[in-house]
Ligand binder design. Structure first.
Ligand SMILES: C[S@@+](CC[C@H](N)C(=O)[O-])C[C@H]1O[C@@H](n2cnc3c(N)ncnc32)[C@H](O)[C@@H]1O
Length: 257
């Protein structure tokens, strides 16, 4: 158990290994500052630099995903819920839950995003870790709702982080995750016909790789974690600063049996 509000710095962020496809532009929600062309960055490293602009760019690129996720959960969750925000960033998703009296614990890999989140005073605890590969901290109680908004599309492997998220939900509680779906693929260079489950985005000006996942993957892992799907929607997430294209996420809400 880590003291309230303490930011962990025990888990260093890692560089991703070079991707094979370097054509086109990735369209992760990271602003339009251009790093060394075709250099692969971990998303965490990117957000260290992008943190100061994150909130203002969110408005500019129509990041209403927090409102959409909150809206899908609002009539399900209890008043004053215990919320775990996985990839909390600056807290744009959590701040809505705060308005209904939530107590909020956040996880993220970027110390700069966490610092900005902490300044908002909406969380009781914040932890720094690599969500894709680390075991989550042993938090005292389970949560009424676990959310992860705009995070899973940075992960090549979703099984471990999904199971960690599901493990933190109390029985009868809820989990909501959004991701880019393979079924929404629009770019030819985005398609990888040899692997229908995962598609790796081309590396563009941001230098960060993002992944599309087949919703079937989530269905299989959710079943193993005894998470029952309650709601699913596909929503406009933001307009890509890099390509100008509209990006869509599939959002699912599960309930723990
Ligand atoms: C698009 S932002 C979303 C932030 C917030 N959920 C929101 O709704 O605005 C993605 C966040 O995921 C974090 N992130 C990406 N990959 C991560 C990883 N492997 N481990 C920990 N955090 C990661 C980034 O640091 C960033 O804060």
């Amino acid at each position: 158990m880590i003291p309230t509000g303490q930011l962990l710095s025990t888990v260093p962020s890692t560089r991703k290994k070079a991707a094979t496809n370097k054509l086109g532009c990735s369209h992760s929600f990271m602003g339009n500052n251009v790093r060394e062309q075709n250099t692969i960055l971990s998303a965490i490293n990117y957000y260290e630099d992008f943190a100061s602009q994150y909130d203002s760019k969110s408005a500019e690129y129509h990041w209403y995903s927090p409102q959409i996720m909150f809206g899908l959960l609002f009539d399900l969750i209890p008043p004053e819920p215990r919320v775990l925000d996985v990839g909390i960033g600056t807290g744009l998703s959590s701040v809505l839950f705060k308005k209904i009296g939530a107590s909020i614990v956040g996880l993220d890999g970027s110390s700069q995003m966490l610092r900005r989140c902490k300044e908002k005073g909406i969380t009781s605890e914040l932890y720094r870790l690599n969500i894709e590969r680390d075991v989550f901290p042993p938090l005292e109680k389970k949560f009424d709702v676990v959310i992860s908004n705009g995070v899973f599309y940075f992960f090549r492997n979703v099984k471990h982080p999904f199971l960690e998220c599901a493990h933190k939900v109390r029985r009868g509680g809820y989990l909501s995750i959004n991701f880019e779906s393979t079924r929404d693929a629009v770019y030819e260079e985005y398609e990888n016909y040899s692997n229908a489950s995962i598609q790796e985005s081309p590396v563009g000006t941001t230098g960060v790789v993002t992944y599309r996942h087949n919703p079937r993957l989530f269905e299989i892992v959710a079943r193993a974690a005894r998470m029952k799907e309650l709601r699913r929607t596909k929503h406009y997430a933001y307009t890509s600063p890099q390509t100008g294209q509209e990006v869509f996420f599939t959002l699912i809400v599960w309930q723990k049996e």
